[in-house]
Design a protein around this ligand. Structure first.
Ligand code: KIV
Ligand code: NA
Length: 265
């Protein structure tokens, strides 16, 4: 965390921070050399488990996937999302959940959603040795209250609230903050006003870093928000590869002599 925080000096970050989500050990190993941080996002609810939102995600799921990602990371800072319902009740509840995540996964930090309302809790965790990354703007765990995944900050009141939320949680001790799904001027304003690194997703290239859901940017997930750039189309490539395998099984051209064991004389 000190290394991440130190990347922003005097309000500017020379080399933007690179972050992707990861949910499994092999993917963590592949992403690790290229990233500064890996996020075990509660997006695993939709991406891995086919759930309708992140709301049903459990602490058990986050711990299991967090531990897998830590086993595959040697260089990146691993951050694990605190799932909905595991931290909002009280600072004590948040501490118990965050401590469990750090103890069971070996990750170095947790991330939680919310602004001013979570500032006391963030301060409570940070004072007790738990590094916290914040998350403001479009906060998917609040989908039932926000009523959808549209961009935030289009009204002056919303803009002011998102900026105030960011300043409040930075003041409370966050080492970095994810800003998701806000109109670009707000992302720029927050990046300028907040001292810790601001990691954007659906935000602005002027943020101090970027994060994406890895399955989205690889073209593995079927529905993606407009702010996702698809760097590949792995779903199509996997489909084509598996079609080749299926055809070879059906016409008995697989396995060949290379793949079968022969008796020794
Ligand atoms: O759960 C997640 O993947 C996230 C990122 C999109 C920031 O919170
Ligand atoms: Na998340």
């Amino acid at each position: 965390m000190p290394a991440v925080r130190a990347r922003k000096q005097g309000g500017t970050t020379v080399e933007p921070l690179v972050m992707l989500t990861a949910y499994s050990v092999r993917m963590a190993q592949i992403l690790d050399p290229h990233c500064d941080m890996l996020l075990v996002g509660d997006s695993l609810g939709q991406v891995i488990y086919g759930l309708p939102s992140t709301v049903p995600v459990s602490l058990d799921m986050m711990c299991a996937h967090g531990a897998a990602v830590v086993r595959g990371s040697y260089h990146s800072l691993v951050v694990v999302d605190m799932p909905f319902g595991s931290y909002e009740g009280s600072p004590e509840q948040a501490f118990a959940s965050a401590a469990r995540i750090l103890k069971e996964t070996g990750a170095a930090a947790v991330k939680l959603e919310g602004g001013e309302a979570m500032a006391t809790t963030i301060r409570f965790l940070v004072d007790r040795g738990i590094p916290v990354m914040g998350h403001v703007g479009l906060t998917p765990q609040a989908v039932n209250a926000l009523g959808g995944y549209g961009a935030r900050g289009r009204s002056e009141a919303e803009r002011a609230k998102i900026v105030a939320d960011s300043l409040a949680i930075a003041e409370a001790g966050c080492f970095s903050i994810v800003v998701e799904g806000v109109i670009e001027p707000i992302a720029i304003e927050i990046t300028e006003k907040v001292a810790c690194p601001i990691i954007g997703i659906g935000a602005s290239a002027e943020c101090d870093g970027q994060v994406l859901v890895v399955d989205d940017m690889l073209g593995m997930f079927d529905r993606v928000p407009r702010f996702v750039k698809r760097y590949d189309d792995l779903a199509t490539r996997i489909g084509e590869t598996v079609a080749t395998y299926a055809a070879e099984v059906r016409d008995r051209s697989f396995p060949t002599a290379d793949q079968v064991y022969r008796p020794k004389n």
